[in-house]
Design a protein around this ligand. Structure first.
Ligand code: EPU
Length: 429
């Protein structure tokens, strides 16, 4: 049965929301556990359906998963029982491609279904494939599968990415830890999740420099070992709830975040007239951030946004920011530079009264006074949550269909919103 969320809008959100561990670190971090025969323990693992999909894939490959209280789990793969990621895994979750690098590096073979296009664009993996070929893997595409072998293991080389790829950088980074010699990833993606993945690999015994910059150097080693690692906060979840405070004229304290991972985003919110500040620190050094729009009488200012690889404005917050701009004073231009089809929320926001026109990769949003509740549906995670935000601010009742997209990436969204005064209700149809 499909689940929907009914939202009665126009209620300011007040209170605290604890930010969960980052989905887009958990997925590569779990894949990295394949690089060792020892157990890797992860703390702050978000309970998400995408994480469940990655765990199912690892179990198929031979990983034993043990779960503990408090979002802790350990993954150990003393022996591999399969080196294939079948279509069914990859169809559910494109990030399944992240097992390709670790499997070739440790087991010298892999067969991973090619991801097809998806709701936000064609999303090729050609850069993953050509980088691993440069490292000595023989790869053929056969029957929709990437079939890779490297009987003598991988060798370190200079991999130049022509443009930034997050999971491509992660695949090469993981593969290079067990390659012979030195690999340099040039024009590496610099997202905080990549820096954190490198931190995990270093804890596992890898020799890595330059992570967080555009050139990462990896000196290969013979083997890696177990580790105990905490997943960093989900910056996209934090950004999403920051917009929830803004669109409802509320006041939220987002707990356990990293402000510097969202600098560009918070600067943009500031230009729109929304203040955010670190109000305290957690015992392990994370930030508690207050986002306050309560009692602010002025309209939200229009701001132009261009999505870009980190440290630029994240594509994963573009849809949510567009919801904010639907009620701005003036006209905002939002340009999506990463994915060619990431405007699936636009016709749905239009059904709620938003005034948006699309011109190639730019959406022009002319602010109106308020959105009006409607039945809406979107086909990807971030588009769907942008509709929840729209529902939270709209007059009347909104029903967001196909909640399973949201459950891929937002842990306990119902409880988090309910605890801050939101009028929402989940039901099945
Ligand atoms: N691309 C290619 N060939 C490649 C690799 C990428 O043409 O071999 C293109 C893609 O089609 C896209 C662009 O390059 O147009 C950038 O794609 P990238 O590889 O950086 O994206 P990704 O690794 O597939 C990750 C996140 C996405 C996030 C993007 C961009 C994970 C598991 N996924 O995807 O997260 O939007 O980076 O930051 O880390 C989400 O969480 O909602 C989400 C979609």
């Amino acid at each position: 049965m499909l689940q929907c969320m009914k939202i009665t809008g126009g209620v300011p959100l007040y209170g605290e929301i604890a930010i969960s561990g980052a989905k887009n670190l958990t997925l590569p971090a779990l894949a990295a556990s394949l690089l060792t025969d020892e157990s890797v323990t992860f703390r702050n693992v978000p309970n998400l359906s995408d994480v469940g999909s990655m765990l199912d894939l690892l179990c198929h490959l031979g990983t034993k998963i043990e779960r503990f209280d408090g979002n802790i789990l350990s993954a150990s793969t003393p022996n591999i029982t399969a080196t294939d990621a079948q279509y069914d895994f990859v169809r559910k979750m494109r990030a399944s491609i992240l097992v390709l690098g670790p499997l070739i590096a440790r087991y010298h073979r892999a067969s991973v279904s090619l991801p097809g296009g998806c709701a936000i664009g064609a999303r090729g993996v050609n850069l993953h494939i050509s980088a691993l070929e440069q490292m000595g893997a023989s790869i053929v595409i056969d029957n929709g599968y990437i079939k890779a072998t490297a009987p003598n293991g991988l060798v370190g080389v200079d991999v130049h990415f022509p443009f930034s790829t997050v999971t491509g950088t992660e695949n090469v980074l993981m593969a290079a830890t067990l390659a012979k010699g030195t690999t340099r990833i040039i024009n590496a993606a610099m997202e905080p999740e990549i820096t954190a993945l490198a931190d995990l690999l270093i804890l596992m015994g890898a020799n890595i420099d330059g992570h967080g910059s555009s050139i990462i150097t990896i000196h290969g080693t013979d083997s890696l070992h177990g580790a105990n690692f905490k997943i960093i906060p989900d910056r996209i979840e934090a950004g999403t709830y920051a917009i929830a405070a803004a669109v409802t004229d509320g006041n939220l304290v987002l707990k356990n975040c990293q402000y510097d991972h969202l600098s560009q985003f918070f600067d943009t919110l500031h230009l729109a007239g929304i203040d955010s500040k670190i109000v305290s620190k957690t015992s392990d050094g994370f930030d508690n951030i207050e986002v306050n729009r309560a009692e602010v009488k002025k309209k939200i200012k229009s701001v132009d946004v261009l999505t870009a690889p980190y440290p630029g404005f994240p594509t994963d917050l573009q849809a949510q920011f567009m919801t904010l701009m639907t009620i701005c004073d003036g006209t905002s231009s939002i340009t999506e530079n990463i994915f060619e089809n990431r405007f699936m929320h636009v016709p749905e926001l239009a059904r709620m009264g938003a005034n948006i026109s699309i011109h190639g990769k730019t959406a022009i949003v002319t602010g109106i006074n308020t959105l009006i509740g409607a039945q809406v549906m979107a086909t990807d995670l971030r588009a769907s949550v942008s509709l929840v935000l729209a529902g939270l601010m709209a007059k009347g009742e909104t029903i967001v269909n196909r909640l399973y997209h949201i459950d891929r990436g937002y842990e306990n969204i119902d409880q988090k919103l309910l605890s801050c005064n939101a009028r929402i209700e989940r039901f099945a149809v």
